[in-house]
Design a protein around this ligand. Structure first.
Ligand code: PAF
Length: 260
């Protein structure tokens, strides 16, 4: 049976009781989908205790409208986590996690101010700050991050290494709908028609010869393209469709010459 912790002090008491057991941690912002479920399942298979946090972190939203519109489905999330065998569910309020406001911040390296770091000012800073707080509170052996948010996963892993955090950051493959669309809480905001069109993002990224071609194809298909770039052996993109911001990434495709 899952236990839900709202007050940090209660969670900290509970954490003391878990000393000596292996702990896996999945940080989330709720609105859980099959992508999150796969992280929790993997966590369940590799640890004695599964801890999950649900917290919509205001400091990582540069657009207040985006924060307001972020889907919140707490009852459903708790039922899903219970069915997946999560043991500890941490659901703190903003004042619990930021008792003195947004006072101390974790700065990413300036090399990270590309892609999400460039297009969402303060996003990486907000993510690193909250993840550091959560990792310190949970003190897990392993924490699981989806590769869909590739830059986030990478910068968190870099921070954990640089600061000698005791938690191993475990990257997990992107889970996709049958159409290829990467699972995301934001997909809930897409109309059925837009959801169908959104699946083209994955196909275009996987098939285009280069980022320029991918951008042109996406624009021709009605996407508003923020970036398509290649870094860290991945091809990564952020686009808007019907006002909803979607990100995805794939390994850089091998463009084999056509066989004669
Ligand atoms: O990927 C997310 O859901 C969030 O960025 C995270 C890692 C839970 C931090 O708020």
């Amino acid at each position: 049976m899952s236990q839900v912790w709202n007050a940090i002090a209660d969670w900290q008491n509970r954490r003391r009781m878990l000393a000596g057991r292996s702990i896996g941690f999945v940080p989330t912002m709720g609105a859980l989908h099959r992508g999150h479920a796969s992280l929790v399942e993997r966590c369940r298979g590799e640890n004695e205790i599964v801890a999950v946090s649900i917290f919509v972190n205001p400091s990582q939203f540069n657009d207040p409208k985006d924060l307001d519109q972020y889907p919140r489905t707490l009852d459903r999330d708790l039922r899903l986590l219970e069915s997946l065998g999560a043991d500890e569910i941490i659901v703190p309020s903003v004042t619990e996690l930021y008792p003195n406001g947004y006072t101390f911040r974790m700065e990413p390296d300036s090399n990270e101010l590309v892609l999400e770091g460039a297009h969402r000012p303060g996003f990486l800073q907000g993510v690193l700050t909250i993840v550091l707080k959560l990792l310190n509170l949970v003190r897990a052996d392993r924490a699981y991050f989806g590769e869909k948010d590739y830059q986030q996963m990478k910068v968190v892993a870099d921070m954990a290494r640089e600061f000698f955090l005791p938690t191993q950051i475990v990257p997990c493959p992107t889970v996709r709908e049958q159409s290829g669309l990467a699972m995301s809480s934001r997909n809930l905001r897409l109309s059925p028609e837009a959801r169908h069109r959104a699946s083209h993002l994955f196909r275009v990224l996987s098939k285009a010869a280069n980022p320029t071609e991918a951008r042109a194809t996406l624009e021709a298909e009605g996407f508003l393209v923020e970036y398509v770039e290649e870094r860290w052996d991945r091809r990564l993109a952020a686009v808007f469709l019907d006002g909803v911001r979607l990100i995805d990434n794939v390994p850089i495709p091998e463009n084999k010459p056509p066989s004669s």
